[in-house]
Design a protein around this ligand. Structure first.
Ligand code: GLU
Length: 486
């Protein structure tokens, strides 16, 4: 039975790299009908916070990742780690170390200055039992160090292949610090043993930790899990993905209006591809297709354009009622949502969404495009006003067009187009003058869907009201005296 774990440290937001680790563990567990254990690695009490834990859980849930066991909090297991370290001492696999940081630093500098490589010099391994017991009885601060055996430690990484490290290059690393806190190696191995983890899937920044952890499994006489280390994610400049490349926190992508399924696809497709087509795969399809063997060794590049492309693709492909459900929080935020509104105008809203979604890359953009249809207010973009609404003839022209529109009994795109073109011809102007002006007056912006569909969806009442908005829109222009004489 496959048992995997995701073990974030709550010292910061969940970022893209950690999410990919979580995602591959989840896919692997689901594919194999195994279990995913969630463990919060909060042993660094000063840097960990509950708030961060909450936000990590929120991010996992947003993407649609669930877990079968946990969260297990390492901070609630300190006694278990202490006991495990003492167990290794009694097994002769570890020993007490009384060296202070100052003493170690002094010896380290001496070693380095004589041109040698430093690793812990086993000073305390050579203490007699009597010396050791006296110090313990006196209550001197004591760390516990692992006794590094001789030989070579090897493993077959499921992604990187065979890896071998000579133990002489490793030192007697600390398991339990003198303040009683466990180090990462000890807590991670003790917990993975307790949870019966069969596969450790994590970022390849942990490759160098793996030999030490394998040696710990051996020291505890426990079965060693299989390891799969995921390649580092790079930014477009081929440097390690970081804040320098913009947002990397998972929740910030939610806040920018990306769809959870898109983000799931995008992150899963960093290092793996569920099929030959470039498209959005359903979660079930990915579970079905997933295998660790198909994860590529090379570093994937985080490409924001691809994310945007996938997002607009799903926005345009998904069933409209579902898209409206995703949009709801965004409309709520703008004060544009109410149950009664939806109950009364469901069909209309669906049609407006279909009209505006081809131009939306994110839910934020989509909500912005919808706002002027739903709201009585329009936010005028000063640039658009400057470009299309400053001609001094417009007042008169729009008043005439308004009269024409008033006469219409059915307010539908073909009739509206006819009337508008006829009016333009009569006035000796290009239809585009009306079209551009209307788009800005109705939507607040210079770009948008075909104007006649916009007018139809906006409806007669709102259209007529907005045709009288010229003065209000022009207020957006701070400088006065800009109205041109046409
Ligand atoms: N807490 C570690 C991290 O966030 C993960 C440790 C592990 O997966 O072994 O990098």
């Amino acid at each position: 039975m496959v048992r995997v774990r995701f073990a974030p440290s709550p010292t910061g937001q969940l970022h893209v790299g950690a999410l990919r680790t979580a995602l591959f563990n989840w896919l692997f567990a689901r594919h194999n009908r195994g279990s995913l254990v969630l463990r919060i690695e909060d042993t660094d009490v000063s840097r960990s916070s509950e708030e961060m834990t909450e936000s990590i859980l929120e991010a996992l849930q947003w993407v649609g990742l669930n877990w079968d066991e946990g969260p297990i909090y390492q901070s609630q297991r300190f006694d278990i780690y202490r006991q495990a370290a003492r167990q290794l001492v009694s097994l002769g696999q570890a020993y007490y170390c009384f060296c202070t940081p100052e003493e170690i630093e002094k010896r380290r500098l001496e070693t380095i200055s004589s041109g040698q490589h430093w690793k812990y010099d086993r000073h305390c391994l050579h203490l007699s039992d009597q010396e050791k017991n006296e110090r313990l009885e006196k209550g001197l601060p004591a760390a516990i160090r692992f006794l590094m055996p001789e030989g070579v430690t090897e493993f077959d990484d499921l992604i990187h292949g065979h890896i071998a490290v000579e133990n002489k290059n490793l030192e007697d690393f600390v398991l339990l610090r003198s303040d009683g806190f466990p180090t990462y190696h000890l807590s991670v191995v003790v917990d993975d043993i307790d949870a019966g983890i069969t596969h450790v899937i994590r970022g390849d920044d942990h490759i160098s930790n793996t030999p030490k952890q394998i040696l710990l499994y051996r020291a505890f006489q426990k079965e060693i899990p299989q390891f799969a280390h995921l390649p580092l994610i790079l930014g477009p400049d081929r440097k390690k993905l970081s804040k320098r490349h913009g947002h990397t926190a998972v929740l910030s992508f939610r806040d920018q209006g990306y769809l959870p399924l898109v983000f799931f696809n995008f992150v899963a497709q960093l290092s793996w591809s569920p099929g030959k087509e470039e498209r959005i795969y359903r979660r079930e399809e990915m579970i079905e297709a997933f295998s660790l063997e198909h994860i590529s060794k090379g570093s994937p590049i985080f490409d924001l354009n691809k994310l945007q492309w996938l997002n607009s693709r799903l926005i345009n492909e998904m069933p409209v009622p579902e898209l409206i459900r995703e949009l709801r929080p965004w409309l709520e935020k703008k004060g544009l949502w109410s149950e009664t509104f939806l109950a009364e105008k469901k069909d209309w809203l669906e049609r407006v969404v279909v009209l505006v979604r081809p131009r939306s890359r994110t839910l934020v953009e989509l909500a912005d495009m919808l706002a002027p249809f739903i709201s009585d207010q329009v936010d005028y973009d000063p640039e658009a006003v400057r470009k299309h609404l400053l001609d001094s003839c417009l007042e008169e022209l729009l008043a005439k067009l308004k009269e024409d529109f008033k006469q219409l009994e059915t307010f539908a795109a073909p009739g509206l187009e006819q009337v508008l073109r006829a009016r333009a011809e009569k006035e000796g102007i290009k239809a585009a003058v009306f079209i551009h002006a209307l788009r800005v007056l109705l939507l607040g912006r210079a770009v948008g869907p075909g104007i006649f569909e916009v007018l139809e969806m906006m409806g007669k009442e709102k259209t007529l009201a907005r045709l009288s908005n010229l003065a209000e829109a022009r207020k957006m222009i701070k400088r006065t005296g800009e109205v041109r004489n046409g």
